[in-house]
Design a protein around this ligand. Sequence first.
Ligand SMILES: [Fe+2]
Length: 457
Amino acid sequence: MMTITDIRGHALSGTNRDAALAYSDAVRQFSMFSGDPVSAADRLIEAQPGFVMAHALKAWLYLLGGAPAAIPVARAAILAGESVPATTQERGHLAALGHLAAGRWHEASRVIEDVAIEHPRDLLALIAGHQLDYFTGNARLLKERIARALPNWSQDTPGRHAILAMHAFGLEENALYDQAERQGRAALAIEAGDGWARHAVAHVLEMQGRHDEGITFMREDLPSWTTDSFLAVHNWWHLALYHLELGQIDEVLALVDGPIMGGATPQIMDLIDASAMLWRLHLRGIDVGPRWHRLADSYKAGWSAGGYAFTDFHAVMAFVGAGRREMIEQTIEAQGIALLAAGDNADFTREVGYPLMRALKAFGDGHYGETVRLIRPIRSLAARFGGSNAQRDIIDLTLIEAAFRSGERSLAKALAAERVMAKHDSPLAKLFARRAGLQGCAGTSCTCPQCAAGIAA
Ligand SMILES: [Fe+2]
């Protein structure tokens, strides 16, 4: 009997040629954050109940999507995949998924890493591993997992743009901005609709403080990253970040009320983006009014505390902003249970999420010194609970604002100096510098070390 394979030559169990092509297309959609790969996986399973990788794809999509109701659906898909004959590669996917469904994020990452080491053109294994690296804040593997596979992806390998896009994001999270931008733009040259490639370049422009350029980059080609993309809200959020940095608050609020919070059925990652933007506005003293209540209600409807510390952290922003003390208390209680539960989230919560949640609560209560005291010890290890450098910048922004408000002038001055060094031309950094009384970049005769060294004009 002829072996059925995907478009990169990996044997697929329990399927036929047409379904194999449809599966490869669903993985392509996942790699670009476009279309509806969940529905595609469901259709494949309905037509071919023994199609192992269709079950695996469904389980990855549900588990990486982060919705509380995802785990039982994913477990059923894993069980279905395990009940039929499978190759070693396919069993590797199912084993990694089993770990993830049980909350063993790091073990899932290691198992799927081994699958991709054996099969470096297994795009689904690379995507899933890359997302796990993001969720566990593993900057090194975000780059290396993809870098080691790259030599196996020739110019002609279908889906090469996705590998370049992931490599770009990994490079960016390791502050290798020039290489990251090259890879990201190379991916977009192959496939302009690759949402992850767009996102990687957006991160580079954010981290390098190239905000005007970022606005042009995002706005010049809106259809390619907003049409049929389930990363669109997050990419809109990146556009709003540029406007915020430039102090263009009306633009930010228009994006918040439009694509960021205007959707009828927000996903968990959309809620995170909404929290992250409203909290940044809140830190700048901007009253966002009833938006906090709408967001808190959305969390109440579609999220449960204690599953993933990074999401809990963002949910608490909404509860503090809306003054929902009972929801803050419920989250504290759920995190107390999460601390004792099996799985890696107990560590994410204990090491980072729980102190950060208390820091937000203290900020909301006006106890700014307490916010400073809680954030400082964990600031350098916050990556352990996941997210990107740009997302975790909200921790630094909260710290610096709390330092100003608590009257800790020396600390505020030190933190402002850090930002000026990292983002020399950033209006926000200059605002902090002026508030802190720093000489130099905030004025006309800049004497900061960067300017003195001729690094920046
Ligand atoms: Fe991002």
